[in-house]
Design a protein around this ligand. Structure first.
Ligand SMILES: [Fe+2]
Length: 212
């Protein structure tokens, strides 16, 4: 006969031992029994993390770097200035490993076009790097990029990102906005990189979780 005790049995036993203390101050039911104490179920994963379950733990698709990347962007999470024209965008999410663990101190290197579709190739407009917090989270305040011509057709609005984390291959990718009519037919768009977004006052909010 096995001498092991199932985990549930152990918890119930522990709960019974803890009953007097756990129920201190609890009212006794009409049948003379004390209410069942609450036993937390620690089989549940820690959280909450704002993880999109559809893409959790599947490595984020890469995407072309394009010709406008510049290394050395300033460290900042707010790319937009008061004088910049364009619809405001708050982009947030988490950087995770393929084992679904949040990655702290991952670097996000962001660059995108301004509202008119132009890149600042002389300065650092709409460019910045930031680092995830202890829970792997990031938030970027910027504006919705404009579209620009690629040959004879416009590319859909997009945000370029490089994600760097210790002992992981650097990810270079782009994020797109669902509902953009220029997504269909663009040769570079990958469906898993299309973000849903919400209107928020005069701007938009979007969420994207990177997995590297
Ligand atoms: Fe671009």
């Amino acid at each position: 006969m096995s001498t092991s005790i199932s985990r549930r049995g152990f918890l119930l036993g522990a709960g019974a031992l803890l009953l007097p203390a756990a129920c201190r101050g609890a009212s006794v039911r009409a049948d003379g029994l004390l209410p069942t104490p609450h036993v937390p179920d620690d089989d549940q994963p820690p959280g909450p993390f704002p993880v999109d379950q559809r893409s959790a733990c599947t490595a984020t698709a890469d995407n072309i770097e394009g010709p406008f990347y510049k290394a050395g962007a300033p460290s900042r999470a707010t790319l937009v200035g008061e004088r910049d024209r364009g619809e405001r965008l708050v982009l947030s999410g988490v950087v995770l490993s393929t084992l679904c663990k949040p990655i702290a101190n991952a670097t996000l290197d962001i660059w995108h076009a301004d509202a008119r579709g132009g890149y600042d190739n002389d300065g650092w407009g709409m460019r910045g790097t930031l680092v995830t917090d202890a829970l792997g989270r990031y938030t970027i305040r910027t504006l919705v990029p404009g579209r620009y011509l690629n040959g004879k057709r416009y590319r859909p609005a997009h945000i370029h990102v490089k994600v760097r984390a210790t002992k992981r291959e650097e990810l270079t990718t782009q994020l797109y906005f669902d509902g953009d009519p220029y997504i269909d037919g663009d040769p570079f768009v990958v469906s898993s990189l299309v973000m849903t977004h919400q209107r928020d006052g005069g701007g938009r909010r979007a969420t994207f979780d990177f997995v590297v």
